[in-house]
Design a protein. Structure first.
Length: 481
């Protein structure tokens, strides 16, 4: 495929992830308002994250095998339409069950998109020197959308406040007046904008060149899995479970261990990301005494830091191995969370700096984990489904636990939760790197790099450049250890 076509397709994938970011980060800044609309407690609103994550799990479980068998762009376009509908309807809901239904539909589409986007991007740039800069750029697009979302919500919130103030200054307004309607529907405009953006991306996915077909091995595995599904329907539950595991998990025990450990790290990472983005607004209002506009800016500060981290990671990822990059990033998250916890008893003087630094270090972690795992195992559609299952489970359970503690132990518990999850993420990275050294793919690549470096000494001056490149590969593998 021509290079300009690859760049065009990559750009559309970036737009799809920006749409996911707009939708994902929109819940946190409006959580207190939705709680007031539905007359629900913050602990009850925590179940909205569970509903959305449950949709994520289903979308990723269905999406993995589907992207190994069928054309990718029509499926991505359908998912973008689903995300558009679910996101727009959130602004119209007046009950918790209705919100759960809309957010579950949104999560279903987003899980499908997350799985398909990662798989198709890696497949598009297969055989190139490194797909990691493209991976970082795509996840930067997600963060850019997540950064824009609270700012747009803040803009329309301020417009509604100004309209209400003008009406009050004029001596009040009758129900149904423009100011009254503006205050009641202040969420409709930004959420409609989010939905319209996703529809535009869906149209672009239909118009760009077709996605690369799945590799022969992945297609054969998907066909075999489809053939097995009929037999599984009449098999015992244990046999059916074994067939499901074979469909998603590698046959090699070491590779299976790495896949599950990477999914476990993403569990903690995504749980922390969604919890911070979802509850930092409430933390600012209820614990630090910030106004709504200040808390909107604080939320945008986190997502802006996350976007900046992913942008910086694009050039850095070409000069630093995924393992070393992750070590720095996780250490930075741990340090920022520790400072925030230490400042939680005060008035939050450091919350702006710690929020920006935490977001900056959080930003590149997800794509870096996927890139690190790809050094140890083949990232197929089934593997990507396991990644998204892990991350969606984190999105489901960690924010729910944070919500319960926030409501029953007080808002100050938020900082302690973030510190605890950062420590668990650091421990997961250490175990993942130790396990990755035992996979066949890593051993084969390291042996090939070492053999190529040794062969350089027996080749003349014409092969010196090739030898230097092989030595560089060997040094990168050593760094990854």
């Amino acid at each position: 495929m021509p290079h300009h076509s690859k760049n065009l397709i990559s750009g559309v994938y970036f737009g799809a992830f920006a749409g996911v970011g707009l939708a994902l980060s929109s819940l946190g800044p409006v959580l207190l308002e939705l709680a007031a609309r539905t007359d629900a407690s913050l602990a009850t609103m925590g179940y909205l994250f569970v509903g959305r994550a449950a949709g994520y799990v289903l979308g990723s479980a269905v999406g993995g095998p589907a992207f190994d068998r069928y054309s990718g762009h029509p499926m991505l376009a359908a998912a973008m339409v689903g995300a558009s509908i679910g996101t727009t309807l959130v602004s119209l809901c007046r009950s918790v069950p209705a919100l759960l239904l809309c957010l579950s539909a949104q999560g279903l589409a987003m899980g499908f998109l997350d799985t398909g986007g990662n798989v198709l991007l890696l497949r598009l740039h297969d055989g190139e020197a490194s797909a990691e800069p493209y991976m970082q750029a795509m996840h930067f697009s997600f963060a850019l959308g997540a950064f824009a979302s609270p700012l747009l919500i803040r803009h329309y919130h301020r417009e509604a406040e100004e309209g209400s103030a003008a009406a009050a200054a004029a001596g009040g307004a009758d129900a149904g007046s423009p100011a009254d309607v503006s205050a009641a529907n202040e969420l409709l405009a930004p959420f409609c904008i989010f939905g319209a953006f996703n529809l535009l991306v869906a149209l672009a996915l239909v118009l760009v060149p077709a996605a690369p077909p799945p590799p022969a091995a992945a297609a054969a595995a998907a066909a075999a899995a489809a053939a097995e599904s009929a037999a599984e329907s009449s098999a015992t539950p244990a046999a059916a479970a074994g067939g499901w595991l074979r469909r998603y998990l590698p046959a090699d025990a070491a590779e299976r261990r790495v896949l599950l450990l990477a999914a476990g790290m993403l569990f903690w990472y995504v749980g922390a990301e969604v919890s911070y983005g979802g509850y930092i607004f409430a933390y600012g209002v209820r614990h630090l005494g910030f106004s709504d506009p200040q808390s909107h800016l604080l939320t945008a500060c986190f997502w802006g830091g996350l976007a900046a981290g992913r942008l910086l990671a694009v050039p850095v990822s070409t000069r630093m191995s995924s393992a070393r990059l992750l070590a720095w990033l996780v250490s930075g998250c741990l340090a920022a969370a520790a400072v925030m916890e230490g400042d939680a008893a005060g008035e939050g003087e450091l919350v702006w700096a710690t929020t920006a630094i935490y977001g900056l270090c959080m930003g590149p972690i997800f794509p870096a984990v996927v890139s690190l795992a790809s050094r140890y195992i083949e990232v197929t559609g089934g593997a990507a489904s396991v990644f998204v299952l892990g991350s969606a489970s984190g999105e489901m359970l960690v924010p729910l636990a944070v919500a319960q503690l926030f409501e029953h132990a007080g808002p100050a518990s938020f900082a302690a939760c973030i510190l605890a999850v950062a420590a668990l993420t650091a421990a997961s990275l250490l175990v993942l790197q130790l396990a990755g050294r035992r996979t066949p793919k890593f051993a084969t690549a390291a042996a090939a790099a070492a053999g190529g470096a040794g062969a350089t000494t027996a080749v003349g001056a014409a092969a010196a450049t090739t030898g230097a490149q092989l030595e560089l590969v060997a040094s990168e593998r050593a760094t990854a250890i």
